[in-house]
Write a protein that binds this ligand. Structure first.
Ligand code: NAP
Length: 261
């Protein structure tokens, strides 16, 4: 850690924090010195390193108001928001129900909007006078940069996250609010989400078994393997820090060379 990546004195909120990338992000931000509030949809959870756990369904306006209010009362500030909670949908357009499509957008897109809106005043205060200001980091995906068969709903949601992030970044800069907003675009990362996707590929007959699906996805990365959650968390911690003070409205692609092809 350099002085520029030190997060001592900051307070961070991570959504979806009991999942693969979320847990690793709590770890990376904590290691950099932040006090981290871990949140997820479950009522109770243990997340290593977290200063507090707060239940938060990101689709609920009321839950966002509660959690932000609690952070203000108990920590007095907020400097970093990681909108990480998300779900995947692996299905053909023809077989996707409207409720499945809407659920994906409610969590992946409305969740990011609600979180950004709810946290903005506290983040604006937290960023005053701090080098690089406050930081919102939104989890998009390589699926937000290009399409993928059987992933139209998911890719549409992640494309929306990318452009929401850029637009919020431009707006906050124009309003002179000290909040940077960036999106992160992971390739295939070893988490429960990818196992769910592999299982759906097998269900749909695209691959004979999970191992074959995993091998094909691994080969889709230039480096020939999937990524580890910590490899995404390090990028998130960088974006949260003063080392990224000139980054806003940008896309941090961490994909083992997948989209370079
Ligand atoms: P994960 O292990 O499935 O974690 C996602 C977490 O979000 C889970 O703990 C999940 O809880 C939670 N969640 C679901 N609905 C929620 C809600 N309404 N409110 C709050 N939390 C909710 O997935 P991950 O791989 O770590 O993914 C994290 C983020 O990275 C997602 O936005 C994902 O789209 C993105 N991403 C992942 C990959 C990858 O390859 N893994 C690639 C690109 C982008 P439950 O388990 O209880 O549902």
């Amino acid at each position: 850690m350099t002085a520029k990546t030190d997060l001592t004195g900051t307070v961070a909120l991570v959504t979806g924090a009991t999942g693969g990338i979320g847990r690793a992000t709590v770890g990376a931000l904590t290691e950099a010195g932040a006090q981290v509030i871990a949140s997820d949809i479950g009522v109770n959870a243990q997340v290593d390193g977290a200063a507090m756990y707060a239940p938060l369904d990101v689709t609920s306006e009321a839950a966002w108001a509660d959690v932000i209010g609690r952070i203000e009362r108990e920590f007095g500030r907020l400097d970093i928001l990681v909108n990480n909670a998300g779900i995947s949908v692996t299905n053909s357009v023809a077989a996707t129900s409207l409720s499945e499509f809407r659920k994906c957008f409610a969590i992946n897109v409305e969740g990011v909007f609600l979180g950004t809106r709810a946290a903005q005043p506290l983040l604006a205060r937290g960023g005053e006078g701090r080098e690089g200001g406050s930081s919102i980091i939104n989890l998009s995906s390589v699926g937000g940069l290009r399409g993928a068969a059987m992933m139209s709903t998911y890719c549409a949601s992640k494309g929306a996250v990318k452009l929401f992030s850029k637009s919020a970044a431009l707006e906050f800069a124009a309003l002179k609010l000290p909040i940077r907003v960036n999106s992160v675009h992971p390739g295939g990362i070893e988490t429960d989400m990818m196992d769910t996707i592999f299982a759906r590929y097998v269900d749909e007959g695209l691959f004979p078994d999970m191992d074959a699906a995993r091998a094909a996805v691994s080969a889709g990365h230039a480096v020939g393997r999937m990524g580890r959650p910590a490899e995404i968390a390090e990028g998130i911690a960088f974006l949260a820090s003063p080392a990224a003070s000139f980054m806003t409205g940008s896309e941090l692609v961490i994909d083992g060379g997948m989209t370079a092809r």
